[in-house]
Each structure stands twice: as structure tokens, then as C-alpha cells.
Design a protein around this ligand. Structure first.
Ligand SMILES: *[C@@H]1O[C@H](CO)[C@@H](O)[C@H](O)[C@H]1NC(C)=O
Ligand SMILES: *[C@@H]1O[C@H](CO)[C@@H](O)[C@H](O)[C@H]1NC(C)=O
Ligand SMILES: *[C@@H]1O[C@H](CO)[C@@H](O)[C@H](O)[C@H]1NC(C)=O
Ligand SMILES: *[C@@H]1O[C@H](CO)[C@@H](O)[C@H](O)[C@H]1NC(C)=O
Length: 429
């Protein structure tokens, strides 16, 4: 059976996707962290900052950790029934005000050890939870690090496997310091939303470590102990068996408005300019321009991508019978040359309208001044005596009275009107 598609014309001058709007400060790194059974996330940031610092999701589940209004939140994927795989999410929120943390910064480590979740600030254990239905194995997961961040950028972001607390706090141990205000709630079923295609990186877990492999396996790579390698834009070191530490590759700052990350690169760069239809003038990378009111183009690293767009059309300033739709890439009507523009009374009531090739010409009537769309009365009585004499009126023996578009002369007592603007003394008999 035939299926009819409604086709919106899409003119691809090149096949580059350009729906990207990422702030230059935003770091995007990818890692298949969540296939590691025992893992941790470490981050140091300002207590007053807000944002998401870890987001890993696939078509079914998401794991999100962030900080807002001095509250750490963790959205963890759980399964209410292992048989049905009915995915749900649980949100944990830990209020740092109630811990008595005054700042200025938090040095968090969140660990996932099977079904146990622990949160540490330096060597204070501030949360310990047990989540029997935690489902941390996210296949084909896509991970974003640090998003929508407000405040100073976090430092020392790292993810890894193993138990970093043991090493870090070995001298003084770990103190329990639990929040008085902490909440847990089941969220509605996760509605998967897709990342932009540009962000799409799939990982397949295909590498199998040989038996007795004494090293670390991460993102399909096997690292020996003490080996450091750059994996998916992260610098990872295998510290001990199954103990990995990774940090994001540092990228130099880019100054352009539309930084882009080329396929295969880790760091954003500024793209190259484009020449639309071989014009001599270049469009800068990232620039959006409209060759027609229904045609939007964007320059993206030497390529121009254009698409038909819906336009909001202002009705043209002529009667509908005079509208024409004939220009390339324009879907809004225009007025034909010498349309009857004046039929729509575009001029001021004290103006005269004349149709021209381009549009209406409005000129204020005699006795009025202005640009034609707006005309105001000229107060002839405010003119100097000389100017009034040239106009020929209201001389000695009269009083000038302004009226719209003209003026009148009223004769003073003892004077008599001769003609429209002249008063002469009455001859007494
Ligand atoms: C921030 O948290 C405090 C207490 O935890 C609460 O009273 C306040 O309404 C929150 N503010 C916002 C903007 O969420
Ligand atoms: C973080 O959010 C809180 C509450 O919404 C706000 O008071 C605070 O100013 C925000 N911090 C930054 C750095 O924007
Ligand atoms: C790894 O490096 C540490 C410190 O340099 C060293 O003590 C250890 O023997 C090394 N381990 C292996 C397996 O090479
Ligand atoms: C005409 O003048 C009025 C008043 O000064 C102004 O508001 C209006 O924008 C002008 N119109 C044009 C087309 O210049």
C-alpha cells in the first residue's frame, strides 16, 4: 500500500546538520562509565552554583546528578519488576543547608557499589542509601558532563571505578554527617528523549578481558596497570586492577560565537566561512541568513545548509487583488508595481495620496506640515509679521485666528473687512 507523505521541501545544499547551540563553556564528554559495575563520580564546585554535572542516558533509562539551590539531586534508574522491566526513576535530594555546610566549595564523590549509593564531601559521608532495584547498566549510553551550569565552572571532574575513599581518607577515616533534610521519591516512567544527532555516540561492549587480566577495562579498551590512554576525550589511567581514574581532556577556549566539534575531535573549534551560491562575500561560520522570507540558511564550516521555513507574513500594504507571489524563496505576497496602495488610505486625513511604482506617496495638504503619514496644522498666526505679509494677510487692524489648514483675520473694532485677509479703518461720516 502506498503511504502519502506530506513533503516539506528541504533544500540541502550540503548534508551537514547544524542544529547546534551549545555554550562554549559547556563541556561535552562521552564515556561508557555506566557499564562499570562499581563506579564513582567526583566533582569539586562552588556551593552556590547550579547545574547538571553528570547525565547519562539511553533510550530506556537515565542517570542524572546535579546541584540546584544547595541541594544535590540524583535521578537513578530503577526497575520495579525485574521481569517486566518496568522502568522508573527515583529521585534523591540531599539538602546541604541541613548538613550545615557553609562552603565555599563542595568536593563531592558519589559512589555506586552494587546497590549502595554513597555521597561524600571530602571525608564526610553525607549520604548512604541502599536501592535494591537500581539498574545501572545502561547499554548504548550517552553521557554529558556539566550542563546548564550557573556559577564558576566545576573543577576536578573525574569518573572512575574502584573505591577512591579508602585511599583518600586513609589517614583520618570517614566521618558520618548525614543531612537532616533528605528526600526520596519515585518519579513517573522515564520518557526517553533523544540527544541531538551530533551528540550521538554509541558504545558497544565487545572487548572481553582475557581471564586473569590484571588491569582495567574501560570503553572497550584494556589498560594495564599504570597505563594512561586517551579514551573518548577522557584521559584515563588504570591505577590498579579494575580501578580507573579519568579526567576530561582540557580544551583551549574558543572565542567564536558558534564553536563546533568536528567529527573525531574532542575539542570545539571555530568553523570556516562559507560562500553562498558562490557569492563574493563570505558568510561567517554559524551565521544565519534569509535569502527569502521562507528560506533560511546557515553557514556551517564552509557548507551552507538551507531549508524552507514557514514565515509569518505581514499583509502587504495594497488591496488583495494586487498581491503577487512570484519571487524565488519568498512565500509572503508582495504588492505589484503601481498597485492601488491608496485604496487602503495609508495617508493622514490631511494628506493627499498618489500611487507610485514602489508604494503610496503621501504629501500633506496646503496649510499642513509633516511626512504624510502624519500631518499637523501650520499655525500661520505664529509667523512673523514679514512672513504673514508675504502670505498676504492679517495686517494692521486685524487679529489672526488659526483654523485647520488655513487662518482667518478678524477685524479689530473700528476696522472693516476688505477681502479675506485685509481690514481697513472704517470711515466715519
Ligand atoms: C531553595 O531552598 C530553600 C530551602 O532549602 C527553599 O526555602 C527555597 O524556596 C528554595 N528556592 C528555590 C528558588 O527553589
Ligand atoms: C542557584 O539557584 C538558587 C536558587 O534558585 C539561586 O538563589 C542562586 O543564585 C543560583 N546560583 C547561581 C550561581 O546562579
Ligand atoms: C605502578 O606504579 C607504581 C608507582 O610508580 C609502582 O609502585 C608499581 O609497582 C607500578 N605497578 C606496576 C604493575 O607496574
Ligand atoms: C511620520 O511622522 C510621525 C510623527 O513625527 C512619526 O511618528 C512617523 O513614524 C513618521 N512616519 C514615517 C513614515 O516617517
Amino acid at each position: 500500500m502506498w503511504v502519502h507523505h506530506l513533503v516539506i521541501p528541504l533544500l540541502l545544499i550540503s548534508a551537514v546538520k547544524c542544529e547546534i547551540d551549545r555554550s562554549p563553556s559547556m563541556l561535552v564528554h562521552y564515556m561508557n562509565l555506566l557499564s562499570i559495575g562499581e563506579s564513582w563520580i567526583a566533582i569539586t564546585f562552588d556551593l552556590n552554583a547550579n547545574g547538571t554535572f553528570f547525565l547519562g542516558k539511553n533510550a530506556e533509562r537515565r542517570l542524572e546528578v546535579g546541584f540546584r539551590n544547595k541541594t544535590l539531586y540524583m535521578i537513578l534508574p530503577i526497575s520495579s519488576s525485574r521481569i517486566q522491566h518496568n522502568n522508573k526513576e527515583k529521585r534523591y535530594a540531599i539538602d546541604f543547608d541541613s548538613i550545615g555546610k557553609v562552603g565555599p566549595s563542595l568536593e563531592l564523590i558519589i559512589t555506586f557499589q552494587h546497590n549502595h549509593i554513597h555521597v561524600y564531601d571530602v571525608c564526610d559521608e553525607i549520604f548512604a542509601g541502599f536501592e535494591p532495584d537500581l539498574m545501572l547498566s545502561l547499554a548504548h549510553v550517552k553521557v554529558k558532563v556539566v550542563e546548564n551550569w550557573q556559577g564558576p565552572q566545576p573543577s576536578h571532574f573525574a569518573i572512575g571505578s574502584g573505591w577512591p575513599i579508602g585511599q583518600k581518607c586513609r589517614l583520618n577515616g570517614v566521618k558520618k554527617k548525614y543531612a537532616q533534610s533528605y528526600s526520596e521519591e519515585i518519579e513517573k516512567g522515564y520518557q526517553p528523549s533523544s540527544f541531538n544527532d551530533m551528540d550521538e555516540i554509541f558504545f558497544e561492549q565487545v572487548v572481553i578481558a582475557p581471564p586473569n587480566f590484571n588491569g582495567c577495562k574501560i570503553n572497550n579498551a584494556l589498560l594495564h596497570i599504570n597505563e594512561t590512554r586517551t579514551l573518548d576525550c577522557n584521559i584515563c589511567t588504570c591505577l590498579d586492577r579494575d580501578e580507573v581514574t579519568c579526567r576530561a581532556l582540557e580544551c583551549p577556549a574558543v572565542t567564536c560565537e558558534h564553536p563546533m566539534t568536528r567529527k573525531g575531535d574532542c575539542c570545539p573549534t571555530c568553523g570556516e566561512q562559507c560562500f553562498y551560491e558562490n557569492h563574493k562575500i563570505a558568510n561567517p561560520h554559524g551565521e544565519v541568513f534569509w535569502p527569502g522570507d521562507c528560506f533560511r540558511c546557515q553557514c556551517w564550516d564552509t557548507k551552507v545548509q538551507c531549508s524552507s521555513e514557514y514565515a509569518t507574513c505581514e499583509p502587504p500594504s495594497c488591496p488583495e487583488e494586487d498581491w503577487v507571489y512570484n519571487e524565488k524563496f519568498n512565500c509572503c505576497p508582495k504588492c505589484r508595481d503601481f498597485a492601488r496602495f491608496c485604496a487602503l488610505n495609508p495617508c493622514h486625513k490631511y494628506a493627499t495620496c498618489t500611487d507610485s511604482k514602489r508604494g503610496p506617496k503621501c504629501s500633506c495638504n496646503t496649510g499642513f506640515q509633516g511626512n504624510g503619514t502624519f500631518c499637523e496644522d501650520i499655525d500661520e498666526c505664529a509667523f512673523s509679521q514679514d512672513a504673514r505679509e508675504q502670505l498676504g494677510g492679517c495686517l494692521a487692524g486685524s487679529m489672526c485666528r488659526n483654523i485647520p489648514g488655513s487662518y482667518k483675520c478678524d477685524c479689530l473694532p473700528g476696522y472693516q473687512m476688505i477681502g479675506e485677509h485685509t481690514c481697513l479703518p472704517l470711515i466715519r461720516v
